[in-house]
Design a protein around this ligand. Structure first.
Ligand SMILES: [Zn+2]
Length: 223
C-alpha cells in the first residue's frame, strides 16, 4: 500500500513537471569521488591505477522514459569521450537502465566488489582480471564500459555472462551494429565487443586504449 502511494505520488510529480515544461531528473547515483573510487574495493587493488580515475556525471533516458543522472568511473584520459558519448546516447533516447559506480551500495549488495554482478547496470571501472586470464581487464584500468549487461551478454561457448542473460535483437535495450550507442562509441575510436569474431563475443563491452597508455598498461602485465 505504502509503495503504491509513493509510486502514485512520484507519477504525479513527473506529470506536473512535464506539464509545466521542466523535465525532472532522477538522480540514480551521487557518490563523492572518494566513495566511488576508493570505497568497496578488493584488497589487491593498485593505488597507481586508482589515482588516474575520475568520476563523470552522465544523463540518460531510463526504460521509464525519464531522464536519469548517474556516474561513470573512468580513466581521466577518456573523460571527454564519455561526456560526448553519453550526450549522444541521451539524444538518441536509447534506454539505459542505470549507471552506478561498482562501489555503489546497491551494486555491492548484489555482488561483492562488483564481480559477476547479476544486474543490468552500466559501468566502466571495476577491479578484475579478464575472464579465464590472469591479466587485468581493461575495466580495471577504467578503459572499458559495459552497457545494459543483462540485455547484451558476454558469450564464449556455453558460458554466458551475466548468467541467464539473453541477446534479443528486438529488445530496445539491446545493442545492434547500427545502434546509436555503438555508432557514438565508434565515432570516438572505441572498439565494440559485439564485433569480435573469435571464440567470444561481448555485446555489452566497449574499450579504448589511447596509444600513449599502451606502455603503461603493459607495465602491469610484465611478469
Ligand atoms: Zn566489459
Amino acid at each position: 500500500m505504502f509503495r503504491f502511494l509513493i509510486k502514485g505520488l512520484w507519477l504525479s510529480v513527473v506529470s506536473l513537471a512535464v506539464l509545466f515544461g521542466c523535465a525532472p531528473v532522477v538522480f540514480d547515483s551521487s557518490l563523492s569521488s572518494d566513495e566511488a573510487i576508493y570505497t568497496n574495493q578488493p584488497p589487491d587493488v593498485i593505488a597507481s591505477i586508482q589515482e588516474r580515475l575520475v568520476v563523470v556525471p552522465v544523463r540518460y533516458y531510463g526504460p521509464d522514459g525519464v531522464v536519469h543522472q548517474g556516474q561513470v568511473v573512468v580513466h581521466k584520459a577518456l573523460e571527454g569521450d564519455i561526456r560526448l558519448i553519453f550526450e549522444r546516447i541521451k539524444r538518441s533516447r536509447f534506454p539505459v537502465e542505470s549507471v552506478l559506480p561498482i562501489a555503489h551500495p546497491l551494486i555491492q549488495k548484489k555482488a561483492l566488489y562488483g564481480l559477476s554482478p547479476d544486474t543490468n547496470n552500466t559501468s566502466a571501472y571495476v577491479w578484475r582480471p579478464i575472464v579465464d586470464s590472469r591479466h587485468l581487464s581493461k575495466h580495471a584500468f577504467g578503459l572499458a564500459v559495459d552497457i545494459n549487461p543483462r540485455k547484451n551478454p558476454y558469450i564464449k561457448g556455453d558460458l554466458i555472462l551475466p548468467p541467464g542473460a539473453t541477446y534479443d535483437p528486438s529488445d530496445p535495450e539491446t545493442l545492434l551494429p547500427d545502434s546509436p550507442v555503438v555508432k557514438a562509441f565508434k565515432k570516438q575510436g572505441w572498439e565494440w565487443g559485439g564485433d569480435w569474431t573469435g571464440e567470444k563475443v561481448d555485446y555489452m563491452h566497449f574499450q579504448k586504449v589511447p596509444p600513449n597508455l599502451e606502455e603503461w598498461i603493459e607495465s602491469y602485465h610484465s611478469e
